[in-house]
Design a protein around this ligand. Structure first.
Ligand code: 6GU
Length: 234
């Protein structure tokens, strides 16, 4: 999976994308990413990339031209074929596991990260194929959201996780939240591990985990629980 990120803040990416599983994924050649600094593509002698909104109102708007020229640089590098260009915006479709699975089937994804009050509509109409939000709250820019999407998609790319099992057996893939986990020692903070997990009885363990998943989902995500009940007529 190859990611190309258009941003005014390329320095935000190496820390998060270089650590842990994503860092290893890049080392193993399973994922690749590269930033394009939108500011490198302004023709303004003061390197300006934003201006006041026509019609008035608070804040600044990113200009169309530097973003368009930045995308042309992406095209010069990758060729001019149809590809998904994902604009991270609170006005977009809300990202979920289903969308992540869809993105994971692509060979490459281009992310456009906005700042200020947004980006001039004219360039969005020209280049953007997907408008994506990560939830109903407002962040200062699209960089963290782009990294959220990259993290979620990358762990679905074959070979990124060591144990492909853990991409299957988890929250959301079956429509329920995950069951509680325990590790050694058997007693910690004065509390014992649930007996069934020490029993070696796999059927009972499965049954207990399924019950715990249902209890949790009903308690914390009644919306998901209702959907799950409808889908599986349990
Ligand atoms: Cl994608 N961008 C910004 N700025 N805020 C957000 C968001 C995106 N998704 C949720 N809030």
């Amino acid at each position: 999976m190859n990611y190309y990120i258009m941003t005014l803040f390329p320095e935000m990416f190496p820390g998060i994308l270089g650590a842990s599983i994503l860092g290893r994924g890049k080392e193993k050649g399973k994922i690749y990413w590269e930033t394009f600094d939108i500011r490198d593509y302004t023709l303004d002698k003061h390197k300006r990339v934003d201006d006041y909104p026509y019609g008035g109102g608070a804040g600044m708007v990113m200009q169309a031209e530097p973003v368009y020229r930045c995308y042309e640089a992406v095209e010069d590098k990758l060729g001019r074929k149809p590809r998904r260009v994902v604009y991270m915006t609170p006005q977009g479709r809300v990202f979920d596991q289903h969308m992540a699975e869809e993105f994971a089937r692509e060979e490459e994804l281009v992310f456009l990260c906005g700042h200020y009050e947004g980006i001039d509509e004219r360039v969005l109409e020209e280049i953007v194929t997907d408008y994506v939000s990560i939830g109903d709250y407002v962040l200062t820019g699209g960089e963290l959201p782009a990294m959220v999407v990259m993290d979620t998609v990358s762990r679905l790319v074959p070979g990124v996780l060591n144990n492909q099992d853990s991409a299957q057996n988890e929250s959301f893939s079956n429509g329920l939240l995950e069951y509680p986990q325990y590790t050694r020692p058997e007693e910690s903070l004065g509390k014992k591990v649930p007996e069934v997990l020490l029993s070696g009885h796999h059927a009972n363990i499965e049954k207990w985990r399924m019950e715990q998943s249902q209890i949790r989902t009903r308690k914390y995500r009644p919306d998901l629980y209702e959907k799950w009940q409808q889908n599986s007529s349990n």
